[in-house]
Design a protein around this ligand. Structure first.
Ligand SMILES: C[S@@+](CC[C@H](N)C(=O)[O-])C[C@H]1O[C@@H](n2cnc3c(N)ncnc32)[C@H](O)[C@@H]1O
Length: 249
């Protein structure tokens, strides 16, 4: 079996993680952004800026944002790089409803963004159709990560780039244990206080702990066929931005 329980990293049927993710994000959609800002002490903005900077987007680019949630990545890329088109997708329609609302209020400036419910493990778009694929805090929640990565590779044009922002593991042991304490005790507390759903934030802590380290994630990218895989640690490795290229031939 290639699917896992994303809370533990152990083999499990795909439905367990898929249903849990659906329940969590449909319930917290309207409060998601407030939680993000408070729990990361605003650092998520710096990490997002790193993703945007690492994304080789031009005014001609077609961009696919997977697990796009309430649209943070899509709007940041739209405002900074003005690509030809962004397809902002997510598994959970309630998250995309918030994104659509921001779009109607002009958050993308003049860039056209379309929104669609899509499971990143089964992308309904043709081969070789995007210049850049982005995924922020999404792949950790996917029970069949290899399949998701194969799908990302498939829809990228030859020479196109995948940029992935995800929580990671600080290499420094002192920083790692401080962060471990914050994850285990404070994240469920903050999450419960802000959204009223402590359970979802216990899951957040567990899934971060079970997620592969920077090197292992990079290897996974290479195993499905990406090349030139590199990453940048953010805030001492609490998060990392991985970038990888689809071979030209
Ligand atoms: C932590 S949020 C991140 C949202 C957004 N990328 C951001 O940076 O704020 C994780 C998102 O991943 C989505 N997600 C989880 N599993 C998914 C899947 N298999 N396919 C597409 N989206 C998925 C969830 O619905 C949720 O909106």
């Amino acid at each position: 079996m290639s699917s896992i329980d994303t809370a533990t990293g152990c083999d499990a049927p795909e439905e367990i993680s898929k249903e849990r993710v659906h329940d969590i994000f449909s319930a917290i959609a309207k409060k998601y952004e407030r939680f993000n800002a408070i729990s990361s002490f605003g650092a998520y903005r710096i990490w997002l800026a790193e993703l945007v900077q690492r994304s080789p987007v031009t005014s001609e680019s077609r961009v696919l944002d997977l697990a796009g949630g309430t649209g943070d990545v899509s709007f940041a890329i739209a405002r900074a790089k003005h690509p030809a088109h962004i397809q902002c997708t997510d598994l959970v329609s309630e998250m995309l409803d918030v994104a659509r609302d921001h779009y109607r209020r002009g958050r993308a400036n003049d860039t056209t963004i379309d929104f669609e419910v899509v499971d990143a493990q089964n992308i309904p778009y043709p081969d070789n159709s995007y210049d850049v694929v982005t995924v922020a805090y999404g792949i950790r929640n996917m029970p069949d990560r290899k399949r998701a990565l194969f799908e990302m590779l498939r829809v990228l044009k030859p020479g196109g780039t995948l940029v992935c922002l995800e929580f990671s593991t600080p290499p420094n042991p002192v920083w790692r244990s401080l962060y471990g304490f914050y994850l285990k005790h404070l994240i469920p507390f903050w999450g419960g206080l802000i959204t009223g759903d402590r359970k979802g934030f216990v899951y957040l802590s567990q899934s971060i702990k079970a997620f592969p380290r920077q090197e292992a994630l990079a290897r996974m990218f290479e195993e499905v066929g990406f090349e030139r895989v590199e990453w940048t640690n953010c805030t001492g490795g609490i998060a990392a931005v991985h970038a990888a290229r689809k071979p030209r031939f």
